[in-house]
Design a protein around this ligand. Sequence first.
Ligand SMILES: Cc1cc2nc3c(=O)[nH]c(=O)nc-3n(C[C@H](O)[C@H](O)[C@H](O)COP(=O)(O)OP(=O)(O)OC[C@H]3O[C@@H](n4cnc5c(N)ncnc54)[C@H](O)[C@@H]3O)c2cc1C
Length: 336
Amino acid sequence: MAVYIGSKEKPARLAKPADSFDVMIVGGGPAGLSAGLYAARAGLEVVLLERMFMGGQAATANHVENYPGFDNGIGGPELTMAMERQAAKAGLVVRSAGVVGLELRGEEKEAELEGGMAVKARAAILAMGARPRKTGVSGEEELRGRGVSWCATCDGFMMKGKNCAVVGGGNTAAEDALYLAGICEHVTVVHRRGEFRADEALARRLREHPKVTIIWDHVVKAFEGEERLRAIEIESVKSQERTRLPVEGVFVAIGEDPDTALVKGQVELNRDGYVVAGEDTRTNLTRVYAAGDLRVKPLRQIVTAVSDGAVAATAAMQDLRYAPTRAKSLEAQPVT
Ligand SMILES: Cc1cc2nc3c(=O)[nH]c(=O)nc-3n(C[C@H](O)[C@H](O)[C@H](O)COP(=O)(O)OP(=O)(O)OC[C@H]3O[C@@H](n4cnc5c(N)ncnc54)[C@H](O)[C@@H]3O)c2cc1C
């Protein structure tokens, strides 16, 4: 019998450690939760390991307006708590523990947890996500969700008809700026260099766009506002002269860090550190799958993360038919 051990209704520990499973999932964001739901519903014994809180980045979104099925949008915490409950009902075991080591090359996959315990499984789904890089300057965290965003696809629509800025000069910044130019009154791109790192075709479209202004050789020094963002303070990297730029929204697009340090050297990563996986989420290692923001993919959103999770669990289920059976399965007992 699989037991749900979550952080809400039940104690966040196992009465007796169930150390051997069919599938282990690392990461409890939308990708991991969806993988857990599909794997548990397929009758597999599956454990999900999460180091912080369930729901991942999606749980930090104030209001999600682009996840299909909610015509008035839904709060990120509400959406991810429902995902968690649904997976729990299907029989997903959750352990609130950070994974500090992974050995994925053998027939049996092994995770070392904080505190020294280990979990083994015949298949592993990697769903550790990716963190957007922050500028680290004052006001950024305080005004998060109130004008400051790291995701134009998520929050751009709220800036309809307003003036906003994009910080960055790579492909993501260029794509974000072009996307926002279709929604906002005007978009100012603030870039610390004198030329874009974005592909030339994108950069040209940006330079030629009538609703886009580019401020070269400047960095953001502060996000200003109380209830909401009202302006950003920018500084010339050449003269150190500071300027105040009134904007109602700013999108920070200075890169992301996929949480893949744990698997480096085992799983194939691209040069930016994202896991290289096929459309079927299979990686270079047998019965190791990558789902959600940590893999190479064209769009990092909740809807694509849950889709990956479903595909990964299905691939694991198919591959496990031909895999050696578990040597031993300690059954989890309900906490009394
Ligand atoms: C503020 C904000 C607002 C957003 N708004 C939207 C929106 O409106 N619409 C939309 O579609 N998308 C939105 N996104 C993007 C969306 O949240 C992500 O695309 C999605 O959460 C990715 O899911 P994931 O499961 O791949 O990764 P994540 O959500 O990042 O989850 C990864 C999980 O893995 C855990 N983890 C990492 N390493 C370990 C480890 N070693 N051991 C155990 N656990 C580990 C992390 O703690 C985390 O919980 C937003 C993102 C942010 C930050």
